[in-house]
Design a protein around this ligand. Structure first.
Ligand code: GLU
Length: 493
């Protein structure tokens, strides 16, 4: 882990500095660093952020890295970077649960002392045997509660776990998305709080932190819904008011199954490297499961902050439509000043960025055509490449043919050389005049010229291309085409 990450606001090892602002909501985003930032997680983070901003609250970033086997430092770093890139700014943190293990142990022991939890010495073999017996009898496995009943004195050196003593009776909570929810306590096992290696389970650390950090609302994926009754019981046991809850539905892929790699990219990082703008991805994720008032699709951050409500989040799962994301990204690309896009485009151009001064003009020309920065970089390649460019075989086959082509391109060169200026208007006038005088359509000049300048069959208007490429580069590319025609244009017109 980059130390700077931990020292951002730390140290957070002990108890939390809960601020004294009364009645101000506090929410958190609590990723487990077992992989990259999934778009579903990013959406949860956005919902939390907007809720906090709308209600003048505080947004905490908490890294849930107690599962040392599966947590990786570089994942935590990557998640933090993706959130920063996306513009999800947290107010406190990142807090690392791995810095707070003592606190979780103290809280588990406190519950034992208060008679709300107990030490369990059942071995894995015993538990396995119980499980196998339940299976043989066709019953669903439940812990027998042997150690709950015996309450043996357990010496610290005896391997044991700490289990929570689940009470009977209904467990109720209100959910902003799902309404009133009720679970039957009878169906919940005495779950483990502290493992035999002294590490907390997710249930313990999440509730200890939510209490300690004064979290007033927990918004998370609805895959956690079945954990929530356990958490409600733990809040009760700690004598803390339970926060409000909002369980947001899953995101589905185009195949209507849980979004997965099978149907496309799932990480924020992948969309960043495709050249999606962070504002566009933010806007797109926001619309997954929430509809802005008046059906508007493109919202500024301010508008999102002032209109977003968790209670308006849909109950049904949202479908991740990549085409819509690309459409939205295109809208954002078109609406930005070219000067703002240039620095964002540079990483996509790599070494090959050409003349920086010329880039704003090139970007302006490509804005209407590119759905992503990666597409824009690809379309910009003929303009920024300094040496020769290759011709696409399809372009050669279609447009570089016939015995007339060579004299035609020579005449075109002469006309362009003597054009009074090298802007789109003057070059267009020169080409049209030449076509008229020679009695062939302008297309006979324009298509081969496009191949010569860009190597491709498609580009922005050829006159814009000439202007953006400039006189020197355009003419030298045309010279190279003229040189190559005898080799390429085999068959007659
Ligand atoms: N760490 C959990 C996860 O990544 C989230 C826990 C929570 O929000 O309560 O799924």
């Amino acid at each position: 882990m980059d130390c700077s990450l931990r020292s951002l606001d730390g140290p957070w090892g002990g108890s939390y500095h809960r601020p004294a602002v009364a009645n101000s909501p506090r929410v958190r985003f609590a990723p487990s660093p077992t992989g990259y930032l999934h778009v579903g997680g990013a959406r949860t983070a956005i919902f939390n952020l907007l809720y906090a901003r709308h209600h003048g609250g505080t947004f905490v970033l908490r890294v849930e890295d107690t599962d040392v086997e599966r947590s990786r430092q570089h994942h935590a770093e990557q998640i933090v970077q993706s959130l920063q890139w996306l513009g999800v700014e947290w107010d406190e943190g990142p807090v690392f649960q791995s810095d707070r293990l003592d606190l979780y142990r103290r809280r588990a022991n406190q519950l034992v002392e208060e008679g709300k939890a107990y030490r369990c010495v059942c071995t894995l073999e015993q538990l396995e045997a119980e499980r196998a017996e339940a299976e043989r009898g066709g019953r669903q496995y439940r812990y027998s509660g042997r150690c709950r009943a015996s309450r043996e004195e357990v010496s610290p050196s005896t391997p044991h776990v700490i289990r929570f003593q689940v009470r009977s009776g209904p467990i109720r909570f209100h959910d902003h998305v799902r309404g009133d929810v009720e679970f039957d306590g009878e169906l919940i096992d005495d779950f483990v709080l502290l493992r035999s290696d002294g590490n907390p389970t997710y249930h313990l650390s999440v509730v200890v932190d939510d209490v300690d950090m004064g979290i007033t609302l927990v918004a998370r994926g609805d895959d956690h819904l079945s954990n929530t009754p356990k958490h409600v019981l733990l809040f009760e046991a700690f004598g803390a008011p339970a926060p409000e809850f909002a369980h947001v539905p899953l995101i589905l892929g185009a195949d209507r199954k849980r979004l997965s790699k099978r149907t496309g990219a799932t990480s924020v990082e992948e969309y960043q490297s495709l050249g999606v703008l962070p504002e566009a991805l933010f806007n797109f994720l926001l619309l997954l499961g929430w509809s802005p008032p008046a059906g508007r699709e493109i919202l500024t951050r301010k508008e999102a902050e002032s209109t977003f409500e968790l209670s308006d989040v849909h109950r049904s799962a949202a479908v991740f439509d990549v085409e819509k994301l690309l459409w939205l990204n295109h809208q954002y690309i078109q609406s930005r000043p070219a000067e703002e896009l240039v620095p964002k485009l540079l990483p996509f151009l790599g070494e090959n960025e050409g003349d920086r001064e010329a880039l704003p003009e090139i970007v302006r020309m490509l804005q209407p055509r590119a759905r992503t920065l990666r597409e824009m970089a690809d379309q910009a390649r003929p303009f920024v490449t300094s040496g020769d460019i290759g011709y696409e075989p399809e372009a050669v086959q279609k447009h570089i043919r016939g015995t007339e082509l060579l004299p035609r391109m020579e005449a075109l060169r002469a006309a362009l050389t003597s054009a009074p200026a090298f802007d789109a208007t003057a070059t267009e006038a020169a080409v049209r005049k030449l076509a008229e005088e020679s009695g062939v359509s302008a297309a006979k000049y324009i298509h081969p010229l496009r191949v010569g300048l860009t190597g491709r069959t498609a580009s922005p208007s050829i006159f814009e291309v000439l202007a953006a490429m400039g006189k020197e580069k355009s003419l030298s590319r045309l010279d190279r085409l003229i040189e190559q025609i005898p080799l390429l244009a085999g068959s007659p017109d």
